[in-house]
Design a protein around this ligand. Structure first.
Ligand code: THU
Length: 130
């Protein structure tokens, strides 16, 4: 699975986006350590704050299937058919990803690939509550 292939899967996942309010479609493709891929899209709600982002949809699908180890996530977002502009994961998604993924999780966007720690260098985690 190349970075480009995972990104293409994220673009494809955005087709199922339910985003009548923002009209901004987001797709994510999460590569698990065992090679399985979980895709997700953003799912909006008339009560706006209940919206679920694409990354969290993909992650929750994986965790609910018993998968907790991940290598990479690709994210694609656009209000048009053109997904070339990068769509960075929001802060809430970074925090939720950090519950299960280390600093080295690869984050693939349209403009290249990064690490989770590039976006969230200092995370709040279980160790903070000891
Ligand atoms: N969105 C995501 O799905 N992922 C992100 O990381 C950023 C934002 C969605 C939420 C909402 O449906 C739309 O994009 C506009 O904010």
């Amino acid at each position: 699975m190349t970075n480009g292939e995972l990104f293409s899967m994220a673009v494809k996942a955005a087709e199922n986006s339910y985003s009548p309010y923002s009209k901004f479609r987001v797709g994510a493709a999460l590569l698990a350590a065992d090679g399985r891929i979980f895709t997700g899209c953003n799912i909006e709600n008339a009560s706006f704050s209940l919206t679920n982002c694409a990354e969290r949809t993909a992650l929750f699908k994986a965790v609910s299937e018993g998968v907790r180890e991940f290598k990479a996530i690709a994210v694609a977002g656009s209000s048009t058919e053109d997904f070339r502009k990068p769509c960075q994961p929001c802060g809430a998604c970074l925090q939720v990803l950090s519950e299960f993924c280390g600093d080295d999780l690869i984050v693939i966007l349209s403009n290249g690939f990064f690490k989770l720690s590039d976006f969230l260098p200092l995370r709040f985690g279980a160790e903070n509550m000891k």
